[in-house]
Design a protein around this ligand. Structure first.
Ligand code: ZN
Length: 454
């Protein structure tokens, strides 16, 4: 009896094990977790050949096959595919993961402009789906746009002085998302000519930096949302200018006075000599301050705020000109060289300083070598700078009218004597203010061009 029961129990256990194994095998074979798939990158536009990566994996039975294709209308073209031989126990499993790289070239595939669908299908070795396996479908829609925007100059006669400003009016096709002028590698953005931001007529102020190495190349440039770029030449003439050489003798008395002023807010290593401390201010702090002034271009108004000729500080003598190349001497030896990027105007101490044109205050604070400084944005990249003030009379963000008093002259910062350091910047590049003080220059270079397009 006992023996019979034992056999029965054993048989039952064996049966359970078999059933269990079978169930385990079935659920394994018929697993329902689809493969994972990831495509990179996922661009919004396709403007030219582009490399893509497909990463696929399957945690269950493993990968069986995949296919990547591009679909446009009824046309579907395979870009990459592959299948994986079964391996492992009873030759029943595919590989767990795979990476595929492929290039999608809209020209080679003769894709039309407009929407396309990038599709990736991945199958695993599950017995589901009538033995086909679980399938994952990835779809990424893109816009094929391989046509660059058009751009052309509307204004003529672009005569620009080295260290001076230029102005061009141009037209782009409506798809241009960004446009402007390149002077060698320096970009000057164009702004909408009218209030309607969709208008394709743009105004662009640009500058030929005073220290540009040789004859720069000036081009019109536009880019659409897909990244297509057009860069073309337009008629211009650059006039060479020579700048003055200036000699600055550094006296111990002046250096000590400057160091007393700067030590209050600018860290200087105490173990360094006075001349080394001065040179740190003249080189490093100057570079930092010029960088701060340059970055104010980001705050410019897209609309023109100025009108007419710029005001020149009243009853003042011109103490230093724009672009003066200054060589600094200390005890007979040359110690530094810097360019003067504004005009120094002097009259009596603490004279009221007027806003040179309408605009909005984008800086009103201490600024290193420039001392107490006010910057007024005049819109579309134009700005004026007022340095070495003894007092600031405007608040940041305030709108000012031409002639408004914004402060008093002084000698704060790196200054020898009471004067106004006045500068004009075109998209952050300092230019010779003399042009902006000249109503003939404004008439010939700006107003006359605007009259043609308005
Ligand atoms: Zn100056």
């Amino acid at each position: 009896m006992n023996k019979k029961r034992s056999v029965l129990v054993l048989g039952l256990i064996a049966l359970l094990v078999i059933v269990g194994l079978f169930a385990w095998l079935l659920t394994g074979l018929f697993e329902k977790e689809p493969p994972s798939a990831a495509l990179r990158p996922l661009p919004e536009f396709l403007s030219g050949p582009r490399k893509f990566t497909l990463n696929i994996a399957d945690k269950g039975r493993g990968l069986r096959s995949f296919r990547v294709s591009i679909q446009q209308g009824s046309k579907e073209i395979t870009l990459a595919d592959g299948s994986f031989p079964a391996q492992g126990l009873l030759a029943a499993e595919g590989v767990p993961q795979f990476e595929s790289e492929f290039t999608l070239d809209p020209h080679a595939l003769k894709l039309a402009q407009g929407e396309v669908d990038l599709l990736a299908r991945v199958w695993d070795y599950s017995k589901r789906g009538g033995g086909e396996g679980n399938m994952t479908l990835l779809s990424h829609k893109m816009i094929v746009d391989t046509i660059p925007p058009s751009i052309r100059a509307l204004s003529r006669m672009h005569n620009v002085n080295v260290g001076g400003s230029g102005f061009v009016i141009y037209r782009t096709s409506p798809d241009a998302a960004e446009s402007g002028v390149y002077v060698d590698r320096i970009f000057f953005p164009g702004f909408s000519g009218k209030k309607d931001p969709d208008d394709e007529i743009r105004h662009c102020y640009f500058a030929v930096p005073h220290d540009i190495p040789s004859q720069p190349k000036i081009t019109l440039w536009a880019r659409d949302r897909a990244g297509n770029v057009t860069q073309i030449s337009f008629p211009y003439h650059i006039r060479k200018k020579s700048f003055r050489q200036d000699k600055v003798e550094l006296s111990d008395g002046w250096i000590e006075r400057l160091l007393t002023y700067f030590s209050a807010f600018y860290p200087l290593e105490p173990e360094k000599s006075s001349i080394d401390k001065f040179l740190k201010i003249n080189k490093e702090l100057r570079r930092e301050n010029d960088g701060t002034l340059n970055q104010l271009k980001e705050k410019t108004s897209p609309e023109r705020l100025w009108d007419g000729v710029w005001l020149r500080q009243k009853n003042t003598a011109n103490m230093a000109r724009f672009g003066d190349h200054r060589t600094y001497y200390y005890k007979g030896a040359k110690v530094d060289e810097q360019d003067h990027l504004g005009v120094d105007l002097a009259s009596v101490a603490n004279s009221p300083v007027q806003a040179s044109n309408h605009g909005r205050v984008t800086y009103a604070d201490r600024l290193g070598i420039y001392g107490f400084t006010v910057v007024i944005d005049h819109g579309q990249g134009l700005a004026s700078v007022y340095g070495h003030l003894s007092k600031i009379d405007v608040a940041l963000g305030r709108e000012v009218r031409k002639g408004d008093t914004i402060g008093l002259t002084g000698e704060t910062g790196l200054a020898a004597g009471d004067h106004l350091h006045f500068a004009i910047m075109v998209n952050g590049v300092p230019v010779n203010p003399i042009e902006w003080w000249d109503d003939h220059w404004i008439e010939d270079n700006i107003t006359a061009k605007l009259a043609v397009t308005e």
